[in-house]
Ligand binder design. Sequence first.
Ligand code: AHR
Length: 675
Amino acid sequence: MNKNHLLFAVFFSLMVFVEAVSAVGKQRIISTADNHSSASKPETTATISVDVTKGKKISDHLFGIFFEDLNYAADGGLYAELIQNRSFEYSPADRKGWNPLTAWEYTTDGFGYGAISVETTSPLNGNNPHYVVLIVEDEGQQGVGLTNSGFDGIVIRAGEKYDFSAFIRLISGQPIPFEIKLQDSKGEICGKATFTSDSNDWKNFTATITATQSNDSCHFVILAKGKGKFALDEVSLFPQKTFKGRTNGLRADLAQTIADLKPKFMRFPGGCLVHGDGLGNMYRWKNTIGPVEQRVEQRDIWNYHQSVGLGYFEYFQFCEDIGAKPLPVVPAAVSCQNSGGTWRIGGTGQRGLPPEEMQSYIQEILDLIEYANGSASTTWGAKRAKAGHPQPFNLEYIGIGNEDKQTPEFRERFKMIYNAVRAVHPEITIVGTVGPAPDGEDFDLGWKFAGENKVSMVDEHYYKEPSWFLKNLHRYDTYNREASHIYVGEYAAHDIDRKNTLRSALAEAAYMTSLERNGDVVGMASYAPLLAKSGNTQWIPDMIYFNNSSVMPSVNYYVQQLFGQNSGDQFVSNKVILSDAASKAADCLPVSVVRERNSGDLIIKLVNTLQTPVNAKINLKGTGFPDKIGTKAVLTGLPDDRISKPQITSIQVGKEFSIELPANSFTVIRLKTNK
Ligand code: AHR
């Protein structure tokens, strides 16, 4: 064999090998698709008998949401403020390398010159100590000032209006004209406005910019166009188009995506954020109300900054706007047991507020209830009214503590708060905490403590692999109905690499059918976490991803949405008989049937966890059907799919009807019944 022959032989063998590998690959793909395809004949038959005359009352607010300022969920996320670090309060304590001028740049385009400094001697108020002082020695052709990058750029839409405001105090004598503008990355102006500052005291100036074009990565510029010296603070820019048009409001598209879940309650503001990284970092609700420039900003436990512009008033307002019951969680007067541990070396761990501070801390919690529910003539109700909401927010629930370690320090403080709230507000349901996991020491001790103190509801959390959810479909069947009820405050199926997959979403759907079946003892449940800004995540997986211009709900979102939009207040008795005994034994087809008393609608949820389709025969007993047409929503795909969406079609219904449940699918059938 000469050299050419040898080369040809090697090349030929390589080609044969590549062909063979690709054929095997093709075969594998085809066989997977075939396996999943609903064209193949269902091997399994399911008979589902539903008796509408039998069932039980279940919670009418079972599925809700849990909001925590994690993954840039608030600033740079749901909170619509476009300026980052608007009050110059960022610091290295928030994040290494950050300082009061983070996201800002001193701007002297057009050959102006002067000087910039950050000062604290005569602030706007003591809660907001840092401000910028600018000296303009020569304004040049364009002025001297500052540029803000926004949260990785500012998104604007042509023709829409943006409200600017800032506090300015003249230090030199003469009024100074200002120009504010939105500029794209090439320096082109996308909208501008002007005003003149004329006060030697701090004064709020406002102006409106109309965007002349759409752009996803603008920056904001404020320029002094005359010589002088002035102080600047709390520089803000808001789209006028916020959710429901609220001032100091929320990003409309993101808020609407949340509203579309039809959540029955909202837990806020955390999570770990509540008990905080050390005692000084606990979330204190009073710091988060009133004029935004007077709120007390602080480090976010997730390694960034909280402006608290989205504070307690805004949380309550949002709950009302989306028809969700508010469920605020306050610290149990102890800091997170991981304080300084996981995040920083040499930390304190769990610490309790000193005994001498407990009475005023308890009063702070009672004041929160008055702020939410008191009449406008009460001290705290008046503050709510002043913020624009004279009517109460109808608070029914309050959580005390989050996943706290069950130590004597925690228990002593929890009990003091719990007894005080119960004595003054027996109408409020208190939610206690039983640790971060579905079992273990804190879980057991937490439940024992809850039993001893007759806590009405406890908050269970679990982040587990999809198979755990499928194995635990009967977890609550045997829970004592006379003991504390359950709020599943945080859960999510964590698949390989913690990716959002259809596999994890179906495991959650299956589990949620078991929550409905146990809706007499499980009062509430919320997936966690809710939001994540792409490129700024500290925790995955999450329910809704977003960037500055788009919202990208995960496949898990659609499961939550189907449950939220199709909830009931009555669990209806049903029996599932599968032709394949092995599948039945393995709980492969979890089913839940609920009815919504007001509308009389009957809702059947079926999760096919099998890799093959199932032919389901549905027999309904005990009611008539005014409409012969119902709706059917089907979420399906391959287990690894990440972007499946439910397909909604109409379906012929009657006392008996059949439907095919695709492999790996979640199907929701909704039909009208005679009331
Ligand atoms: O949801 C993310 C975190 O998980 C929450 O802050 C905490 O409560 C839990 O450990």
